[in-house]
Design a protein around this ligand. Sequence first.
Ligand SMILES: [Zn+2]
Length: 600
Amino acid sequence: MGHIPEDFISNLLDNIDIVDIIGSYVPLKKSGHNYMGCCPFHHEKTPSFSVVQSKRFYHCFGCGAGGSSIKFVMEIEKLSFVDAVSKLAAIAGMDVPFVNNGSNKLSIDKVLYKINQLVFSLYKNNLLKDKAAQSYLQKRGIIPEIWDKFQLGYSTAAWGNLEEVIKTNPEININLLKQAGLWIENKNSYARFRNRIMFPIHNIQGKIIGFGGRIFNDSSQNQPKYLNSPETIIFKKGNELYGLYQAVKYKDISKNSQSDNSFLMVEGYMDVISLVQHGISNVVATLGTSASHQHFVKLFKYTEKIIICFDGDIAGRRAAYRAMQQALPVIRADKVINFCFLPEGHDPDSYILKHGKSGFENFLKNSESLSTFIFNNLAKELDINSPEGRAKFVSYLRAIVNKVYDEIVKEFLLEDLAKKLELDLERLKNMLAVNTTSSFNNPNINTNINHTNHIQKTAQIVNNYGHNKVLKKAASILIQFPELIELVKKYSIIDEHGDQDNLILLQLIQIIKEGACTTGQVLDNWNEPQSKEYIFQLALIEHLVNKKELELELEDILQNLNKFNKGYEIEELLTKVKANGMGTLSNDEKLKLTELLKEK
Ligand SMILES: [Zn+2]
């Protein structure tokens, strides 16, 4: 498996603006030299998340999260290092070079993409040959143009229906098919998808990352109607939306029916395909999972309005409520969600078949705003005319409102709900203010952080370091300007009795020597949790003089350290000699002592 060369990483970090990257997820405000915002990794009302543009790193004082753009993308999108680098490279318009360690082997993700592509070709050919599968699609009114657009296919009923792929591609074997999620091996060994209409799932670059399959005739009665690929290293369900690639790719050529460029989120791939075929564009579906926080983050990059369009039964409404909870932290004044529920017994597919495009568009016009949806949902379960019911309503509402980051959204939401509840807005706010933090449950990450605890702990941790002002200064200059490592290499810095500040400096030198070129990278590679917070503090110290002066200052410190270290080494060797005579020193040590004494 290949690796990405270090110099590419540094180049990449040079070519992207960390404020742009993080700013697309978190609203940031300029504050002094840095940017501040509310941390996306823990819940907070006052911003303690800072982005240092010039040093290319971020840090949260609340939960301790921090690092480079790569680390941020890994954490927020739940990606591997390689995937995060690829994503950022795509933004910067750079191609990721993979260095193969002596062999010509492709990295595993590339192999899996290749397998999916080969399997797709097989499924596609199967469909062109199979009359039953074709007539099913025709019966559902799906035209060949749509087969092409969504690259539909068919998996035959044979248990070993992928063997052909192995036969014609000697580099592919059962084990790789298993890793691609396409093969199952328990007591028996067989293809996962059999006798199904196949729907390839694409990532935003158009690569096939997985498949969905739907049964279409009676012979598969005991099988689940829909079946998806399991998660693999290239397929993360919580991050992918079916139809997004097509919506983005075909935007220009399809007539967009929604004038506001809104996106519809529906429940299944047949819904996506059917709506698109009838001229409703921008339709996506989750892949057999509930809508996640990441789905909304992703989709809001392409639109300012998402309409959640689910079935009108209890299950559909519950799913919409769960989706809403995931969306709340992402909603902004200019990024809204609406809700639309189909009449009982209908799904988007059947509704548009019956009522046509204009009927469906009219139906969408009646979508509920966020506040209406919240009110309707809670009002259905609680008697809001009784004091108990109203009290419960307020406590549910508190849990909801606490997830909203955007203050403007929060204000309007409360204003709307106060009206609906026939309550004075200020009174409602006062009621909500009680215990506002207790019910918070961030859908994303780090749900159990106790903010105050963390700050206390941090203070304790930081107290262990930084006593030696000179070492602290050297470390803070070096972490902020890792390129000064060349200067450091001229001097010898040694481990002096395991002094904490000295160890920190040595570790820092080590990480930079190993290839970390920016402050963010150093922070990413700092693996020692006890000192991590202290390291962030070193990175955040604002030196009031320019880089040239800092360089001179660092050199001065290094010279003194060097002298001091030499003195210390001499002393140590001489102590040995005094105790047991010259004979206790090894030849190397003798030589060293002579040299040190000469230099002195
Ligand atoms: Zn945080």
